[in-house]
Design a protein around this ligand. Structure first.
Ligand code: F6R
Length: 259
């Protein structure tokens, strides 16, 4: 795992956008996309690169991590709409190549299986963008999620629903259930790139990067992945014990060594 510490959230977003840009330029055609607030700066920088640096998503198949159960894809707070706004509307991502679980499927278990099948057919994901919840979740794999989990229905914790009330207006409007990719599903992506910014993420980042690998901190599963990059700002890095070493690695990166 590589940890990149950036001075601020904008720099962290530009760093992740740069990693995505390079991956697409080198032929990656499958992207995994998170929603929530963490990757928004990344998507805006990718849209800017589309406008000014000829970055194209036209050939990309994009897979979302999750969808809220009960929300149709047209709902302004659905994960589908977030990506439609950020990368379909602002760049040239083809809506027909945007894949996600349906929040309104009559049979969520069957829908989860359909989405897993879709990932198998069009995957694996070349590069997966991740955020992290303050309780260490990735996707919506809340603490206690099996490290071997696949796409399935999950119940959100009250903490996550309170956190996400900022998108919905009130906690009562935040759905209680989601269909989310599992931790093993996420782990099949070739490259995992997690972005975390702000002091409220510091504890989860430290637990994920330097704590034990445990279902109690689902993001700690990144430690088992062969190619994981964690991009944090100074505030989110503040509880990392090995900060000095991560900075030393960045300063002395051998020429040609990649993220
Ligand atoms: C949703 C997702 C979640 C978020 C996490 C952090 O697709 O992937 O894991 O990344 O809830 O949310 P923010 O970025 O809003 O703090």
């Amino acid at each position: 795992m590589e940890v990149l510490i950036r001075p601020d959230a904008d720099d962290a977003a530009r760093t992740v956008a740069g990693i995505v840009h390079r991956a697409l330029a080198e032929g990656v055609t499958t992207l995994g996309l998170a929603t929530g607030s963490s990757p928004l700066g990344v998507y805006r920088d990718l849209a800017r690169r589309h406008r000014h640096e000829s970055l194209s998503f036209a050939d990309v198949h994009a897979f979302l991590l999750a969808e809220y159960l009960g929300l149709p894809p047209t709902h302004p707070r659905s994960c589908a709409q977030v990506i439609r706004r950020e990368l379909v509307g602002s760049a040239d991502l083809d809506p027909a190549r945007l894949h996600l679980p349906s929040g309104t499927a009559a049979d969520p278990a069957a829908e989860a299986r359909r989405f897993e099948h879709c990932l198998t057919e069009a995957g694996p994901v070349g590069l997966q963008i991740l955020g992290i919840g303050v309780n260490g979740h990735i996707g919506f794999n809340e603490p206690g999620s099996s490290l071997a989990s696949r796409t399935r229905l999950k119940t959100l914790t009250d903490d996550t629903r309170r956190d996400n009330a900022r998108f919905f207006g009130s906690v009562d409007d935040v759905p209680r259930h989601v269909i989310t990719q599992g931790l093993a599903t996420i782990g099949e992506a070739s490259h995992l790139v997690l972005i975390a910014t702000g002091p409220h993420k510091a504890r989860a980042v430290a637990a994920a990067v330097e704590g034990p690998v445990t279902a109690a901190c689902p993001a700690s599963v990144l430690q088992l992945h062969g190619h994981a990059t964690v991009v944090v700002d100074e505030l989110a890095a503040s509880q990392l014990e090995q900060q000095a070493y991560y900075r030393c690695i960045a300063r002395h990166k051998p020429a040609g060594q990649r993220y």
